[in-house]
Design a protein around this ligand. Sequence first.
Ligand code: IPM
Ligand code: MG
Length: 351
Amino acid sequence: MKARIAVLAGDGIGPEVTAEAVRVLRAVAKRYNHDFTLDELPFGGVAVDEFNDGLPARTLSGCLAANGVLLGAIGGPKWGLTDPVRPETALLQLRSELGVYANLRPVAVQPSLINASPIKPEYLEGVDLLFVRELTGGIYFGKKSKQDDRAVDECAYSVKEIERITRVAGRLAKSRRSRITQVDKSNVLETSRLWRTVSERVIYEEFPGVSIEHMFVDAAAMHLIRNPKDFDVILTENLFGDILTDEAAMLAGSLGVLPSAALGDQRRGLYEPIHGSAPDIAGRGIANPCGTILSAALLLRYSLDLETEAKAIESAVTQALDGGARTADIASQGAAALSTRSMGDAVLGAL
Ligand code: IPM
Ligand code: MG
């Protein structure tokens, strides 16, 4: 198959982890006889520095012309929180321009990493949950204003926005254990009350056999630690999804191993590890590339329909981890840790 993949390495550890994912993609192309064109494009803080624009026109058009977009990470302390042009704004703009409103963040515990988590193993065995985070609406995209003594961020959701993301959750739930937990703060927020009624209606009317229950976000935060096995699909708005997925990552042992896919109504998606740019360890070659490599697998699955190839990458990562390959974030105390490149080698070896 011929496919065009835009690669946005971004900032901090972004270039280090995407380099490994690119090697894996090239290896897959070779082994399965595909013709992948990989276009590396400037994005995020590096683009702010060079073009005073985190999402230059050339990068956006390259992404729009691609079958899938692979992103490393963006941002860092170098770009001030009050700067007029910021890497994070570029990311929100890119998600919005690509129309990728559904952010899938699977959290599965790799058996060989069970001891890397700060949570006791008996809580973790069998954890297999999928976050469906709304990605292009809510408080992230609401009107903002700031005066000297006051600041406002508006949170708005339309029925249409909630319906379409609920359908994504419904379809995915059907292919899993058919249980949706919709997380909100409907004891306080008007938008949350809308989420509740709309999501419930869509599931009842369109997804017979799929159950939906509702949970307040504070309770969900606790439940995620106390009984993570209880969850199948967690459907939630943009901000809550951002927070809860970082929390849930600790179930898997490290933010470093988790991938994500952002999808819309088209085949083209945006794929990124859920971790950030980790400026504290950037440039040292010690970051964990697994989250990005697994994101590349999701790209093959969802944007290119290459299920066999996606599975091959996923098993290669599992095999590398089972074989004891560990970067610093998941190595047990005192044990030697692999560099980013050597971890990539371990995955390539398994592949
Ligand atoms: C994420 C990140 C982003 C978000 C930031 C970098 C804007 O935290 O993808 O989870 O909040 O969506
Ligand atoms: Mg986040």
